[in-house]
Design a protein around this ligand. Structure first.
Ligand SMILES: [Zn+2]
Ligand SMILES: [Zn+2]
Length: 317
């Protein structure tokens, strides 16, 4: 289950998004402005985003079980991928509709009431965004903070639409309306692509970012004694959890007890380098040539060491 301090802010953001969608849709039907329609579509995207965030948090929080021994965090990549695709479709629909309006202009109905509704919706979003950001910071929740920042960017989008339509209202230049909608569509498209990319990286087990890998390597190297080495380091992420595994090469004469104690220190050191990290170590005798031929990663790592000017691994001592 999701803890209450995460649950209520997310439910609040979903409720606010539904209310915003109703207000903005009403604004569109009153004015027939594509600018306001694009703003309404963005609210719909927010509802989908908040709902999938909530559902995936619930699922990801499940403990490990016999059929999911690595945990359930990867669900986050499915939900953000789905969200990304929906967002791209929404952006394409707005762009198509706005393009039609550019080619075949249609007169706008009076804008005043629509603009007022849009303003109320934006104020509501702004307040909820601040609540989410505060709750996120207080509880150290990335999901809540991301939701809050997302909402805040939407407030800026709505403000831009509001400003543009106010200009239409003042000058009577109706061509501005589809142009505003196109700008909003491009903005939404960008959000969608970012989400799809994040899911792709997660599902493809992309390695941790270079600075995190460097922290892991430093944590391992801190405990390496003479005539010891490590290789075949693999890193990946699933939701908020990080997974690290590697081969630890030690002198073959060490007892199981000694090697395990050493491994315990190294594991502890790696775990304290980064939060939510799980580490698995494979121990092998450094003198055995077979230890140096057991991973497709070894040539890559050797090239990396050569590039960084370190000594080549002391192969087959
Ligand atoms: Zn153990
Ligand atoms: Zn090995």
């Amino acid at each position: 289950m999701v803890e209450a301090h995460l649950k209520y802010p997310i439910l609040l953001s979903i409720a606010a998004a539904v209310l915003t969608l109703v207000l903005k849709s009403a604004a569109y039907f009153l004015t027939s402005s594509v600018g306001l329609l694009s703003d309404a579509v963005e609210s719909l995207v927010n509802i989908i985003a908040a709902a999938t965030a909530y559902l995936s948090l619930r699922y990801a929080a499940r403990p490990v079980d016999e059929s999911h021994t690595y945990g359930h965090e990867k669900i986050e990549f499915f939900s953000s991928g789905l969200e990304g695709v929906l967002i791209v479709v929404a952006a394409a629909a707005i762009a198509w509709y706005a393009g039609q309006r550019l080619l075949v202009p249609q007169p706008l109905r009076p804008l005043e009431l629509g603009l007022a509704l849009s303003l109320i919706a934006s104020l509501l979003n702004g307040v909820v965004a601040v609540v989410l950001l505060r709750a996120g910071r207080r509880h150290g929740s990335i999901v809540l903070e991301a939701d809050g920042w997302h909402l805040l960017t939407d407030v800026w989008t709505s403000a831009a639409v509001f400003g543009g339509l106010s200009l239409v209202w003042l000058t009577g230049l109706q061509l501005l309306d589809p142009l505003i909608a196109l700008a909003v569509a491009v903005n939404i498209l960008w959000t969608g692509f970012r989400l799809i990319r994040r899911s792709f990286d997660g599902l493809m087990d992309r390695a941790l970012p270079p600075q995190e890998q460097a922290a892991v390597r430093a944590a391992i190297e801190r405990h390496l004694g003479p005539n010891m080495d490590y290789h075949a380091l693999r890193t990946r992420r699933a939701g908020r959890r990080r997974f690290v595994d590697f081969h630890l090469l030690v002198p073959g004469r060490l007892t199981v007890q000694e090697a395990h104690t050493l491994t315990g220190w190294i594991e502890e050191s790696v775990r304290s380098a980064l939060p939510d990290l799980e580490v698995t170590v494979h121990i092998e005798p450094i003198e055995d040539r077979a230890s140096w031929r057991d991973s497709a990663l070894l040539p890559l790592e050797e090239a990396r060491r050569a590039r960084s000017g370190m000594d080549a691994p002391s192969q087959g001592l």
